[in-house]
Design a protein around this ligand. Sequence first.
Ligand SMILES: [Zn+2]
Length: 303
Amino acid sequence: MPELPEVETVLRGLRRSGLGRRIDEVHVEHAGVIAGKPVAFAARIEGRSIADIRRKGKVLVAELAGKGTAERVYLVMRLGMTGQVTVQPCAEPLEPHTHVRMRFAGGEKELRFRDVRRFGRLRCLTRKELDELLLSLGPDACQVTEREFLLAMRGRRGAVKSWLMNQQMLAGLGNIYADEALFRARIHPLAQPGRISPPAARRLYRAVQTVLKNAIELQGTSFRDYIDIEGRPGNYLQKLRVYQKTGTPCPRCRSTIRRMVIAGRSSHFCPHCQRRPRQVAAMRGPKKDAGKPGKSSQTFAAG
Ligand SMILES: [Zn+2]
């Protein structure tokens, strides 16, 4: 699932190959991945140029400028689980699950949105709607200051793993980088943010920054479907230390990495380096339908 580093990589690619270009024609092959009716969606975009591309957390926003004083519209792209944005020659054969195509002026290249699972969404918003959407998100995980980060942790009693992934608290982290940051900071995924000591909380802040920065430098992690806009996978996969490493030795202490289900999501951690605190997030489980815990897994609710 694309997280902040993958979306940032797509953003940088789009800046290189899409910025300033006019979108002449929009084809919606599958209306399920857009908001509204395909005809209206296409009409709002066609003829406009990409004036700016930015990001908050995992949300990509292309600012589209029309002719003269026409109001700008904002194309919001969420990649969901398996969304891919590429820019490629129009003549290249379409891959299955390509749902939207936007042909650039000149007719040689187009932006394609492909999404196997179809949890991704493209929508066109006004400035006001965009501002509301961005306000509903917490600070971007790369931009957040240490002070804001520590303040947001205050009083929180749920699992820190869920807190890190809560987009209203902090925008950008998903399962991969939350697990990696907690390992780096030596914090148990069930620890409660409000009860984490100030030095450990600062360690977590720095771990989040380091993990994201390193992953962006390596163009993200390609676990399943993620690719950049030229179709290349990310290179951070080899750097993962705990994510999906259940049963393998911890790179720090050689203890066996374990897996636990928290709020329906797998958490990977080292039981030695990430000691379980005396007080942990409230356990509301085990729920039978939360994820697919193995025999040795425990299930916890978000709390
Ligand atoms: Zn360890």
